[in-house]
Design a protein around this ligand. Structure first.
Ligand SMILES: Cc1cc2nc3c(=O)[nH]c(=O)nc-3n(C[C@H](O)[C@H](O)[C@H](O)COP(=O)(O)O)c2cc1C
Length: 273
């Protein structure tokens, strides 16, 4: 089955599609022929869509979810670098949340953005678990505390650190999920030989960056993540499908406070060669 469709009225045979194809499977156009993928190469396509994304003529459609193709005008979606820099620098970890639930369509919108995150070989291994129910978020915080108590007086490298968190919890604070109404988990396939959460972290970072534009506040849930890794009762509670493991987690909800300035950070340290 053909992998790419060429609109012959639009194609000018510039061969950009063949040049940008990462797997180099597009045969270049000739005087007599338009670009094509030979049948023997179809399986090598990783469906990254670069051939259609870089086609200036909009002449090419990938034979993969063709209805999802999004066309845009040349400058559409372009953000001035200064605006983007401020938008990104304004992102803050949010630790005070309204109890008002986030509209599910907004959550879908944020996850939709994350579909476009980079992944090795365009493998798109990341899937999501949204803990929408606030009582379940509370239960996850409790299980995380249970895990902390189980390592508190052991040789675990975090034993001293969890004592601080436990004393906060015991004094009535909620330092685990910070009373966020929802939790988001990115999960990936379990690999026996290695564990590489990079693609989940990249996808979650997309959510983290996109969230403020949806009016949503986020904070990476590192304690929950540690507990997921170390405490089976918590993994059982999450009940992921067989063969999937949590790679990272994030609390989210509507923020109580607005960011009004950008805090200081260390200067960039860079080695140029
Ligand atoms: C992997 C990771 C885990 C984190 N875990 C927590 C957490 O469990 N609780 C929390 O309040 N903040 C957590 N944070 C937020 C950091 O404390 C925060 O990013 C840092 O203080 C800088 O603040 P900013 O994100 O507003 O720039 C985490 C951040 C990262 C990247």
């Amino acid at each position: 089955m053909a992998n790419i469709f060429i609109n012959q009225d639009l194609c000018i045979k510039c061969n950009t599609c063949a040049t940008v194809c990462v797997t180099r499977i597009i045969e270049k156009a000739t005087v007599l022929a338009f670009p094509e993928v030979l049948e023997s190469n179809v399986e090598k396509c990783i469906k990254c869509g670069h051939c259609e994304a870089f086609c200036a003529q909009k002449a090419l459609t990938l034979n993969f979810l063709p209805r999802e193709k999004v066309l845009f005008a040349p400058r559409e979606g372009q953000i001035a670098s200064e605006d983007l820099a401020i938008y990104i620098k304004k992102r803050r970890s949010i630790r005070h949340f309204s109890s008002k639930p986030v509209n599910k369509e907004l959550i879908d919108g944020m996850l939709d953005v994350a579909r476009y995150a980079a992944s090795g070989g365009n493998g798109q291994p990341v899937k999501w678990l949204v803990v929408y129910d606030t009582d379940s978020v509370k239960k996850i915080a409790e299980l995380t505390i249970e895990w902390m108590r189980s390592i508190q007086h052991t040789a675990h490298p975090l034993a001293a650190y969890v004592s601080v968190i436990l004393s906060q919890w015991d004094s009535g604070l909620e330092p685990i999920c910070r009373n966020a109404p929802h939790l988001l988990f990115a999960h990936i396939p379990y690999q026996e030989k290695w564990y590489d959460p990079s693609e989940a972290v990249i996808a979650m970072t997309h959510v983290d960056i996109a969230a403020p534009s949806f009016g949503v506040g986020t904070c990476w849930a590192g304690f929950v993540q540690l507990a997921v890794a170390g405490y089976k009762p918590l993994r059982d509670f999450l009940d992921l499908p067989q063969g999937r493991v949590v790679a990272c987690s994030m609390m989210f909800g509507y923020p109580v406070y607005k960011v009004t300035s950008i805090p200081r950070r260390n200067p960039v340290e860079v080695i140029w060669k």
